[in-house]
Design a protein. Structure first.
Length: 423
């Protein structure tokens, strides 16, 4: 018996050592390979989006410097980079005088004077008609008022007569048919009174309409002023054409900055462009965006332009409209026009590439962690959704993104949880 005890201990020890090997062989996934499943509830929310893109500054107005006819340049009064006023002399040219130009200006002056005489005649006729209508409407209104008062007096008198005859009928002093006749007469007077009230209202309306027609007089008076201005301009043009000098002056077509000038004294030129002027007071920024971003913009959308040439805060611009694509654009992009809020910075010159930061309007949707978004084989955005105790796939559309969250819409419901990690 004493010899069997050591043998029994050895058998029991061997069984205990083999048990962990058998148990470990039954597990399907090692603990080191398991990842804890983490879920987070979805919630409704709002989110805007800051879009950073490139843009180009451009002026809204530019004009070519052209000569009315060919000739020899005698003087050039400006240079590239100069700022000029509207109508300022830029270039003087020697040209051959043409008598037909004088005849043309004479004909234009005669036309302007004829138009002025016609407008003045129409204005006088309109003033007379307006005065007559105004006087007639006042007279009609007065007569209508008198008719209303007279009709009201007759109504009151007919009513008094009717009631008096009712009293006489009770006293058996008159017959019943006389009372009925008095009552009918009262109703007739009431009808006539209402008719007079209606005529008075019509008279008031006609009087108001006549007063409103005075706006037409202002319009015709403005036409007379414009015709007088055209006559003065035609007279000045005729004087210029009749001058003995043969010098033609090329003037600035707009106020602005001369960006190019391609003439020198002694050069023979034609009617081609001699240079260009841009209006530096009116600038805009053209930005290329995708259609989804464009659809979110409206007149209240603001953005900022950033460049080393302006301060760190940038310069504010506001959305204006959408324009056709230019060279380099695709069917998936469109251009948005922004204009400066206030005076544009002078250092942002025409053609300068800038950075544009646009704060898109807020949208409402489901807020989910950004790192939970997945891409399927069709490159659609998807989520792992935990609903009613089981995990389901869901396709969503991304509305906005920030550093930590995404705003989405799709097949999501209140109470859903998003699987962010684990399996």
């Amino acid at each position: 018996m004493a010899k069997k005890l050591p043998m029994l201990r050895k058998v029991l020890l061997g069984l205990l050592l083999a048990a962990p090997v058998v148990i470990s062989g039954c597990t399907t996934v090692p603990d080191a390979q398991r990842v804890e499943v983490r879920r987070t509830p979805i919630q409704r929310g709002r989110m805007g989006q800051l879009v950073i893109c490139s843009g180009k500054v451009q002026v809204r107005r530019r004009a070519a410097i052209t000569a009315p006819e060919g000739g020899l340049v005698t003087r050039v009064e400006v240079a590239e980079g100069d700022r000029v006023r509207l109508g300022q002399p830029l270039i003087y040219m020697a040209v051959k005088k043409r008598e037909t130009q004088v005849d043309l200006q004479v004909a234009r002056l005669e036309q302007a004077r004829a138009r002025l005489a016609q407008n003045r005649s129409q204005l006088r006729s309109a003033e007379l008609q307006h005065g007559h209508k105004l006087s007639q409407s006042k007279q009609d209104l007065v007569q209508a008022g008198i008719a209303v008062r007279e009709a009201k007096t007759q109504v009151d008198a007919a009513y008094t007569d009717w009631k008096r005859k009712e009293q006489l009928l009770q006293e058996k002093s008159i017959a019943a048919n006389e009372v009925e006749q008095a009552k009918l007469q009262w109703k007739i007077k009431q009808y006539e009174w209402r008719q007079s009230l209606s005529k008075e209202a019509n008279a008031r309306g006609a009087s108001a309409s006549t007063r409103d027609s005075k706006q037409d007089l202002h319009s015709q008076a403005q036409q007379v002023l414009e015709a007088e201005g055209a006559v003065h301009e035609a007279e000045a043009n005729l004087v210029d054409a009749q001058r003995e000098e043969t010098e033609t002056i090329v003037r600035a077509p707009i106020a602005g900055l001369i960006t190019s000038l391609k003439v020198v004294p002694g050069q023979a030129v034609g009617t081609d462009s001699l240079g260009q002027i841009i209006d530096v007071t009116q600038k805009e920024v053209m930005v290329t965006l995708d259609p989804a971003q464009i659809s979110s913009l409206n007149e209240a959308s603001l953005a900022t332009v950033h460049s080393p040439l302006v301060g760190a805060a940038g310069s504010r611009i506001s959305f204006v409209d959408v324009v056709a694509a230019v060279d380099g654009g695709t069917s998936n992009t469109v251009r948005a026009r922004f204009r400066f809020v206030g005076a544009p910075p002078r250092r942002l010159v025409d053609g300068l590439e800038v950075q544009v930061r646009i704060q898109m309007p807020e949208k409402e949707g489901w807020l989910v962690p950004r790192d939970a978004l997945l891409k399927d084989e069709s490159e659609r955005n998807g989520l792992r959704v935990f609903r009613n105790g089981q995990e389901l796939p869901a396709h969503v559309d991304v509305l906005s993104l920030n550093e930590t969250h995404a705003l989405v819409q799709g097949d999501l419901h209140e109470g859903d949880e998003i699987v962010t990690a684990g399996r």
